[in-house]
Design a protein around this ligand. Structure first.
Ligand SMILES: [Zn+2]
Ligand SMILES: [Zn+2]
Ligand SMILES: [Zn+2]
Length: 441
């Protein structure tokens, strides 16, 4: 709000009689009182229309609406006669179109006026001095107070001003009113309205907003601000709801590949592979559990959101929660059980024995081959001795590098990477093993 330029908003303070643009409500009021003082009942009926229309916006009361626009129409005919006396009898026009016109122009004027008030509200609550006298000066600097020396009655309740019924000013439009007609807007509430980053403070139920902790407003200004507050609250609530939903979706998106990975890791353990260990798979299970908790929490927040029962919004919230609960139960909490340490031990032993047998067979096959070669070459043939120092074996070095990589990937729970690296390591081991065999021979 602080960024908005007051000059940009030109509408909102047009004199209803001569259409002069007066820039501020106080200027309009003084202009009206000095130039159109004979039109006091027009002013009254205008105020009446405004008051009714506000009520309509707040309550959606249709019967009131009709009455108000009947009046508006009547007033406009009066105005028309006043401005254009030569109008002949018998001219007809569509009341509906006219009403629509009046209505949209009026609603637009409310928006413009509200924006104007919000700019003032921002200036009022920003750097408001705590000292009462300083504060009064600050308030009048933002909104000049109407000179009430000639005002004898409260314009709202028409009661006479005297020693006990003193004149007060609306801090947003500067107009005069009595204390009984004043409404107070809590300053902290005002701060939250002009700056949505300020957290909304909820006051205790016995909290009373007075002149000290609130801004004195006329009913008209108060209702416009209150209406804006309601719009803002609805919008904020929607934003929070959408954010919660998006967070929940993103957790679900994270959970999906994790579940697939978990199944794969689990299967690998059952197959007796050494690619993953039990700790890895448990970590993965823990991570999925955390995601499930998050999804559960967010979906509970979503369903706890205030919504009128029976509305589309309420049904949507219920559906989201149900879908989330179903997803958690069916996909995240029904994960396959892990094999026990003993089961893993057993399959691994079997695999190891099978591998050992294969290696033994390989060794025997190579020995037979070597014997055949020796027979063919004769006894003079010397063996090719491996004088390679094993520590310098590039294969060992590579294997160590890969082991380091695996450690890193495990720590970061990048199990796809672990799997690839483990395969590489296995291949290197095999190659190294074959090299040793051929060197021995
Ligand atoms: Zn005028
Ligand atoms: Zn009053
Ligand atoms: Zn006011």
């Amino acid at each position: 709000m602080a960024m908005a330029n007051e000059d940009e908003i030109l509408e909102g303070f047009l004199c209803p009689i001569c259409k002069a643009d007066l820039k501020s409500a106080s200027q309009l009021t003084s202009h009206f009182e000095s130039l159109h003082s004979e039109e006091q009942d027009v002013l009254r009926s205008l105020k009446d229309i405004f008051g009714k229309a506000k009520k309509i916006i707040l309550n959606n009361d249709d019967s009131d609406l009709k009455e108000t626009f009947d009046r508006a129409l009547k007033f406009s005919y009066q105005e028309h006669r006043y401005l254009d006396e030569e109008q002949s009898i018998g001219v007809s026009r569509s009341s509906t179109d006219y009403l629509k016109g009046v209505r949209s122009a009026r609603l637009e004027r409310y928006a413009t006026e509200t924006n104007k008030l919000l700019i003032r509200l921002d200036k009022l609550v920003c750097n408001m001095p705590s000292d009462p006298n300083q504060r009064k000066l600050h308030e009048q600097e933002v909104v000049p107070w109407l000179d009430g020396s000639s005002v004898k009655l409260c314009p709202n309740c028409a009661k006479t001003f005297n020693l006990t019924r003193r004149k007060h000013h609306c801090r947003l439009c500067g107009s005069i009113l009595c204390h009984d007609c004043s409404l107070f807007l809590d300053i902290n509430v005002a701060r939250a309205i002009v700056d949505p980053s300020v957290p909304q403070t909820s006051n205790p139920p016995d909290h009373e907003t007075t002149e000290k902790n609130g801004l004195r407003l006329c009913e008209h200004c108060y209702n416009l601000i209150e209406l804006r507050k309601q719009v803002q609250e609805t919008r904020n609530a929607k934003t929070v709801l959408v954010t919660a939903y998006e967070q929940m979706r993103s957790l679900m998106d994270k959970a999906r590949p994790d579940v697939a990975m978990y199944e794969k890791m689990c299967q690998s353990l059952f197959d007796g592979e050494t690619t993953y260990n039990l700790t890895d798979v448990n970590k993965m299970r823990g991570r999925i559990g955390k995601l499930a908790e998050g999804i559960d929490l967010l979906s509970k927040q979503i369903i706890a959101f205030p919504a009128e029962p029976g509305t589309r919004q309420a049904r949507l919230q219920t559906a989201i929660r149900q879908a989330a609960a179903h997803y958690i139960k069916e996909d995240l909490l029904s994960l396959r059980k892990l094999p026990t340490e003993a089961q893993i031990e057993e399959v691994r032993r079997q695999r190891y024995e099978k591998a050992e047998r294969q290696i033994q067979m390989e060794r025997e096959r190579m020995e037979r081959q070597r014997d055949r070669l020796e027979e063919m070459a004769g006894p003079s043939a010397s063996r090719v001795e491996s004088n390679q120092d094993d520590d310098d074996n590039p294969l060992l070095e590579q294997m160590n590098i890969i082991r380091e990589y695996i450690k890193e990937a495990r720590k970061e729970m990048k199990f796809e990477e672990v799997a690839i690296l483990e395969t590489n390591l296995k291949e290197l081991k095999k190659e190294y093993h074959l090299q040793k065999l051929s060197n021995k021979s």
